[in-house]
Ligand binder design. Structure first.
Ligand code: DQA
Length: 147
């Protein structure tokens, strides 16, 4: 199957950025982990990071037109603000898992609100890069059950 991984703003700074919250792995490290896992599970993986909301909206539309089967998304700060990204996922009906590296429930109160969780297949947070790997494994199982 085809799986798209989308990463929101500031995630290009992983490794440098507040390692107490986000760990020491860079986004390139996470990309390598997932590409290896996807190859092993025989999926085609596309991996993106964008700082701009409209570019993420366009990537969701692109995923739809390319008939992408599943999305794994860490919307980063847009989690707590973006009706536009939520609407793009609702409009395209691409099933998705929401991932956060940090435990958003153990931080500032504004991080407890998500525009994605109620329409996600599932939500993973607080497990660092492992959360992305678990999301890919879950996507694999969800897709396998459908066929
Ligand atoms: C994040 C959590 C968000 O609250 C924050 O704005 C991020 C990263 C995470 O992966 O833990 O940028 O999505």
């Amino acid at each position: 199957a085809t799986i798209t991984v989308l990463n929101g703003p500031n995630l290009n700074l992983l490794g440098l950025r507040e390692p107490n919250h986000y760990g020491n792995k860079t986004l390139a490290d996470i990309q390598t982990l997932l590409e290896n896992q996807a190859q092993h599970l025989q999926h085609k993986l596309s991996f993106y990071q964008r700082n701009a909301e409209h570019e993420l909206v366009e990537l969701i539309h692109q995923a739809y037109f390319e008939k992408t089967d599943f999305i794994i998304i860490n919307p980063a700060a847009f989690t707590h603000t973006s009706i536009a990204l939520r609407d793009a996922l609702s409009a395209t009906k691409i099933p998705f898992i929401e991932v956060h590296l940090s435990n958003v429930y153990a931080r500032e109160p504004f991080r407890k609100q998500s525009y994605f969780s109620d329409i996600a297949q599932g939500v993973i947070c607080g497990l660092g890069a492992t959360g992305y790997e678990l999301a890919l494994l879950a996507a694999h199982q969800i897709l396998a059950e459908r066929h």
